[in-house]
Design a protein around this ligand. Sequence first.
Ligand code: BGC
Length: 416
Amino acid sequence: MFKKKFLAGVLGTAMVASMLTGCGAASDTASNDTADTEATTAAATEATEEEADASASDTADDSADDTASAGGKKVGIAMPTKSLERWNRDGSYLEEQFKNKGYEVSLTYSDNKIDQQVKDIESLIADDVDLLVIAAIDGESLTQVLSDAKEEGIPVISYDRLIMNTDAVSYYVSFDNYTVGKLQGEFVRDQLDLDNAEGPFNIEFTAGDPADNNAGFFFNGAYDALKSYIDEGKLVVPSGQTEFDQVATKAWDTATAMTRFQNILGSNYSDGTQLDVALCSNDSTALGVTQAIESDYAGTNSVIITGQDGDEANLANIVDGKQTMTVYKAVANEAVVTLDVGIALLNGETPDAALIDGSGWDFECAYDTTSYDNGTGIIPSYLLVPTVVTKDNIQKELVDTGYYTMDDDGYPHPTN
Ligand code: BGC
């Protein structure tokens, strides 16, 4: 495992410029997600308008070399859905990055429907793309379509979520998913001062979609960080739901998480039992759990609620004291890594740790060749580093870095 951190502080000027010029074009080119278009964030829509002006000058700034090597090549980007906020940002950043380097880009969203994503990828292959960047809806369902991609000699970057059971995946670009969960668990440990406090404290877990390979990593990271306290009885899980399968949330759906949590509250807390912690793997589930606590929890204590992503509604809840933390993953940087790995693949190279050394990235990234086995062997991975965000550091981590603006309403809004 190799690591490199560059000195340049928060973000390089180029990165800030590229982020601030907006990357909201997902809705322009995505054709397959009509059902969840509504859920596209207002911020993304606004940015689309800004981008019309900004992108021309971005493209003009690109060196002649970059665009020459792009040589009419096409990149197919398959995102899962617009209904989960982050994928709007991912799609926009990825599209913008590749376009700015002179590549043609087709971006699809598949409305969280597995068959639709398979069809979308088939179309991208039929359209002769030279590279596929895919965030899978179901990590297990792309084996056939990706064997077609392999036959056509199209390299595949598994984006954020590992695609399982296919040897067609060339590289995996993501964050250190286990660490995301570990940060959530350690946050709870520190908030409750578990090494010193007597307890016992009550905790409930909510995890993600079993079809998403990341979900188990997040849950295990969190659970492992808290396991010794659960074993010694300092942390108690009144529902008894401690297995991933019991706490998983299909499609990471907010309403599903809310209903499950209302049931948990009804069955285990209606007698006045105090809930201290709701450990949620991400923000879409945390939103549902927060709603359940608001509607169905009789206690008056403020429950520690974790999340992940920095979704707009969750950041508002953090400002309002309704959610305690989120683990932020700078998807703008994830797109930058994907771009550089993608360009190397398009140029027929085999990137490795040296890509990081020569990249000039001003953020931390590890090249990992041990952690992610997709069932056909280890997939070489570029893993970025997540950050804990609370009310106290929103300004420093999210606003000063240029990812969000703090508007007059007192809440952070994404800049792309
Ligand atoms: C991503 C998370 C996200 C979740 C639901 C996961 O694969 O890594 O950032 O919260 O999907 O969209």
